[in-house]
Design a protein around this ligand. Structure first.
Ligand code: R5P
Length: 290
């Protein structure tokens, strides 16, 4: 078995190759003068099982993944498993308004063309896995995030920024042996989120707010401010996929955030938790050859 790391997921691929004791394949990735992408697999992978690791965010990494998959196929790989640490476009998993595409399905269908199996981490909604039309499984970084939080000082409360994220929160709280709750969120538009306060006993408590994605930081910042108003002593935020778009970091810090924690599905200065152990557990699943 060989591992190929796309530009977006070099560190996850390296980690995976070390833990699986499989060689990491050399690749060349460059841009033509007109900025079109060029990729080349430099090692012989004929007849081999290949794992390609690439986060599909931002857009250019989707193109790189599709080119790497085609290159692996052309080079005669026996099977191609695509590990997608962060599945970008996962949030547009249905038509919210007439005239919209189902973006997650479009991306999934294209990735599914040259792949035998997909593994992704904490997709926004599990049903996006059905869009791939090939065996697709997800794993969760919850255990890894919980392990990180457990090593820190005692956490009194785990909170979800909305009811939709409650299950994730419940699972972390169970591992930490503490209480959990959620806050009510109303999305006004793409960048504005309104948090309707819920009665939470956070007075003098150390809380961690957990979500699958931090993008602009707006959702978390609103929750932090609300909890501060209610007397929380310390507040950390944790997520699987930390995009930290624009001034997200400043937004969180200004709101009163004491610590920002993310995994390495999208590399940032807050990637304190590795997702590879979660991916490894899932790679053990058998899958049929195409
Ligand atoms: C949306 O439903 C997700 O679970 C996150 O709550 C959302 O993506 C966070 O976005 P932002 O950081 O821009 O508020």
């Amino acid at each position: 078995m060989f591992v190929v790391g796309g530009t977006a997921s070099k560190t996850v691929a390296e980690d995976l190759s070390k833990r699986l004791h499989c060689p990491l394949i050399s690749t060349a990735v460059k841009r033509f003068p007109d900025k079109e992408l060029y990729v080349r697999i430099l090692d012989d992978i004929k007849g081999e099982d290949v794992i390609i690791v690439q986060t599909t965010y931002p857009d250019s990494n989707i193109i790189e993944l599709l080119l790497l998959q085609d290159a692996a196929c052309e080079a005669g790989a026996e099977t191609i498993t695509v590990v997608i640490p962060y599945f970008g476009y996962g949030r547009q998993d249905k038509k919210f308004e007439e005239g919209e595409p189902i973006s997650a399905r479009v991306i999934a269908e294209h990735i599914g063309i040259h792949a035998h199996k997909i593994v992704t981490v904490d997709p926004h909604k599990e049903h996006v896995l059905t869009f791939f039309k090939i065996p697709a499984v997800s794993c969760s970084a919850i255990s890894e995030l919980a392990k990180y939080l457990k090593k820190k000082e005692t956490i009194d409360l785990v909170l979800a920024p909305d009811a939709g994220a409650l299950d994730r929160t419940k699972r972390i709280a169970k591992r930490l042996g503490c209480d959990y709750d959620y806050m009510e969120k109303k999305r006004i538009d793409g960048t504005t989120v309104e948090i309707k306060p819920k009665t939470l006993d956070v007075q003098n408590k150390k809380a961690v707010i957990v979500d699958d994605i931090i993008s602009t930081g707006g959702t978390m910042a609103k929750s932090i401010k609300e909890l501060k108003k209610q007397g929380a002593k310390e507040i950390a935020v944790a997520c699987t996929h930390g995009l930290f778009v624009g001034n997200a970091k400043e937004l969180l810090v200004t709101a009163g955030c004491d610590e920002i924690i993310s995994t390495d599905t999208v590399r940032s200065e807050f990637s304190k938790v590795k997702v590879t152990p979660a991916i490894m557990r899932t790679l053990g699943v058998d899958y049929p050859k195409k």
